[in-house]
Design a protein around this ligand. Structure first.
Ligand SMILES: Nc1ncnc2c1ncn2[C@@H]1O[C@H](COP(=O)(O)OP(=O)(O)O)[C@@H](O)[C@H]1O
Ligand SMILES: [Mg+2]
Length: 236
């Protein structure tokens, strides 16, 4: 059974038709890449999943429930979490306080210590830096804190908006190793990226979005070999 299912999604900003008949599925424990160039509708897809924007038609199902008409807070309470574009940490707060903000979204609030331990085990560097102001961390460290913050709420599905953005190439690879590690710890993920190569190298499946339409959907290994995709995105 799918954890997340978008069916026949059409999303508008005013009169402008952005997402056109979008169908996307993420299975339990799956890592799915959503690829596309600038302004193709990637962030709008994430906003539609989270309920920040509502589709005109189509349905969003999550964890066995039709959440299409549910508020963002309800969806987060049911187990969605996001690492937003450019990470959006609370710069003047410490790393520890940033993690606490993530835990705040975990309504039950049980097992707080275990949540910290789990995040610190995944990211020893975050533990080392826990008293540092988040705004003074390097880009790679901020990425780890942003993921840690999202994981504090023990999500079923982690949504990531362009994690490679603004990172030096060596940090992009490191960042995706970490994403893979978090996925292997059992969290399903939908990773939105322009960097097709690195995201497909760790994904199970992928979708390609072009001006609001899904133009390709396949296993990651097949997409990596796809001629059209290679020409358009992989630069080879
Ligand atoms: N709040 C908004 N109002 C009007 N148009 C928007 C808004 N947000 C995004 N758009 C437009 O929707 C299209 C898709 O944007 P977006 O989903 O952010 O693309 P991506 O994340 O793939 O770069 C773009 O043409 C963008 O200008
Ligand atoms: Mg975007």
């Amino acid at each position: 059974m799918s954890l997340l299912e978008l069916s026949g999604i059409n999303t508008y900003y005013g009169l402008i038709h952005i997402l056109q008949d979008v169908n996307i599925e993420v299975g339990e424990g799956e890592l799915v890449a959503l690829l596309g160039g600038n302004a193709s509708g990637k962030s709008t897809t994430l906003k539609t999943i989270l309920g920040i924007v509502r589709p005109k038609t189509g349905t969003v199902r999550f964890a066995g429930e039709d959440v299409t008409n549910r508020k963002t807070s309800h969806r987060i309470g049911r187990g969605m979490a996001i690492v937003p574009e450019n990470r959006r940490l609370f710069g003047p707060m410490t790393v520890l306080e940033n993690l606490e903000m993530g835990a705040y979204l975990n309504r039950e609030g049980k097992g707080r210590k275990e949540d910290f331990d789990r995040v610190y085990t995944l990211f020893p560097r975050v533990h080392e830096r826990r008293s540092q102001l988040a705004g003074t961390l390097s880009g790679g460290e901020q990425q780890m804190v942003a993921m840690g913050r999202a994981l504090m709420a023990r999500p079923k599905l982690l949504l990531m908006d362009e994690p490679s953005m603004g990172l030096a190439p060596v940090l992009v690879e490191r960042s995706f190793e970490i994403i893979k590690q978090v996925h292997e710890a059992g969290v399903a993920m939908l990773v939105v990226e322009q960097n097709a190569n690195v995201s497909l190298s760790i994904a199970d499946r992928g979708y390609v979005l072009q001006t609001g339409r899904i133009v390709l959907a396949d296993k990651a290994s097949a997409l990596l070999e796809n001629e059209g995709l290679r020409k358009a995105y992989l630069g080879r």
